[in-house]
Design a protein around this ligand. Structure first.
Ligand code: SAH
Ligand code: SF4
Length: 402
């Protein structure tokens, strides 16, 4: 059983707010430039005010310029006349029996108030030693992995850096994770010994993060900045279905941990399960992995492998997996398939998963089996989806006034 909480949310467009851009998602340098360009502060003050704002936004989680007490009142006034610090609206918040939380967040485009709002799901998974937030990068997905629910939702659009960060900020707010915040009263949320509810981020929600590279990069660099939210890059994992040309830049420019959705050890099967394989087959994918910047035994790549009954779960495939990954510092994460309405696959029996894990383990790879979390609220891997639909080009142009 799960608890669903329908929070009050207005679907009305706030005309005043609509015209003002958001400051969430700008780098600190861009923040300074924006303040100066909009005449909020003079050239000399830009950097100092940007640093103050940065602290309020990302350390203190403030959403109201008036709470920025070290910013002079006239500057605060100008700021609130010019900008917004929006967070997504919460459409629903669900809490699973196991403590997993799922939010359906709604985003509006402040620059294009006529455009329909979009919705994405974000999931919080508390464990004994960590709290992980699973963040979405796109509304829907262009890829159509045959076992994934998100893959049945056409891509509506990429999320902006501000919207990717907005999921983290809103989750932190709801979890009482900012100074002075109060924890939700349903217990078991904060992992033992941790002072933060969210210690880890995984880009494993809706969408393919490397098909929205620039925004994902910007958001993760902001989330990991030491003088801001300060989430360690070692605790941020980006999962990709295998967009080979962006693998090296991910390591070099974002420098986060990498996870690869492998799921098959032969091209003919991977072509069906993860169709991007037709573009970048296994050989090219593994070549890119071998060259991932910063790869070492202390910084391994996680290979995700969904366990599909009778499809990819034989002993021979486990052995082939070990052979394929030889020489790559790797962890193998076995994910029992999570069913969704209309899915055509079955979950491998646990004895099969254990046997598969055993073969991989004996070859020297850590191969934890991912415990499904939040299945009762459809929050587990591959179950996320929203109702947002892609409009025709004609309708989009009409709404944008083109
Ligand atoms: N698009 C990215 C990240 C999001 S998916 C990617 O594909 O890597 C996060 C993980 O869940 C991926 O490894 C994905 O293949 C896996 N997954 C998708 N559908 C699933 C399902 N129904 N059951 C279990 N895992 C699934
Ligand atoms: Fe998209 Fe990842 Fe789902 Fe494939 S598994 S359809 S890439 S979200």
């Amino acid at each position: 059983m799960s608890v669903a909480l329908n929070l009050d949310h207005s679907t009305a467009i706030r005309p005043q707010a609509a015209a003002r851009p958001s400051l969430i998602g700008l780098s600190k340098a861009q923040l300074a430039e924006t303040l100066i360009a909009n005449g909020v502060v003079g050239e000399k003050e830009g950097r100092m005010r940007a640093s103050q704002l940065w602290n309020w936004l990302y350390v203190n989680g403030v959403t109201d310029f008036d709470r920025m007490t070290n910013v002079a009142k006239p500057v605060r006034q100008k700021l609130s006349n010019t900008f917004i610090l929006d967070r997504p609206e919460i459409v629903t918040e669900q809490v699973s029996m196991d403590g997993t939380r799922k939010w359906l967040f709604r985003f509006r485009d402040p620059q294009n108030p006529n455009m329909p709002a979009v919705e994405v799901e974000t999931v919080y998974i508390p464990e004994s030693d960590r709290g992980t937030l699973c963040v979405s990068s796109q509304v829907g997905c262009t890829l159509t992995c045959s076992f994934c629910h998100t893959g049945t939702q056409k891509l509506v659009r990429n999320l902006t850096a501000g919207e990717i960060l907005g999921q983290i900020l809103m989750a932190r707010e709801r979890l009482g994770d900012f100074p002075g915040g109060s924890r939700p009263d349903d217990g078991g949320l904060v992992p033992g010994g941790e002072t933060r509810a969210i210690t880890n981020i995984v880009m494993m929600g809706m969408g393919e993060p490397l098909y929205n590279y620039d925004n994902v990069k910007q958001a993760l660099l902001i989330a990991s900045a030491g003088d801001g939210m300060s989430i360690s890059k070692r605790r941020i994992t980006l999962s990709t279905s295998g967009v080979v040309p962006y693998i090296e830049p991910t390591g070099r420019e974002i420098d986060v941990m990498l996870a690869i959705s492998l799921h098959a050890v032969r091209d003919d099967l991977r072509d069906v399960l993860v169709p991007i394989n037709k573009k970048w087959p296994l050989k090219e994918l593994l070549e890119a992995c071998r060259k991932y910047p910063g790869l070492s035994n202390a910084r391994r790549i996680t290979f995700e492998y969904v366990m599909l009954d009778g499809i990819n779960d034989s002993d021979a495939e486990a052995k082939e997996l070990v052979r394929l990954l030889a020489g790559i510092p790797a962890k193998i994460n076995l994910i029992p398939f999570n069913p969704w309405p209309g899915s055509n696959y079955g979950t491998s029996p646990s004895s099969r998963i254990e046997r598969f894990a055993d073969i991989v383990n004996r070859a020297g790879y850590a191969s934890p089996v991912r415990t499904p979390r939040g299945r009762d609220i459809f929050a587990a891997c591959g179950q996320l989806k929203s109702e947002s639909e892609r409009l025709s080009k004609k309708d989009r142009d009409a709404l944008a006034g083109v």
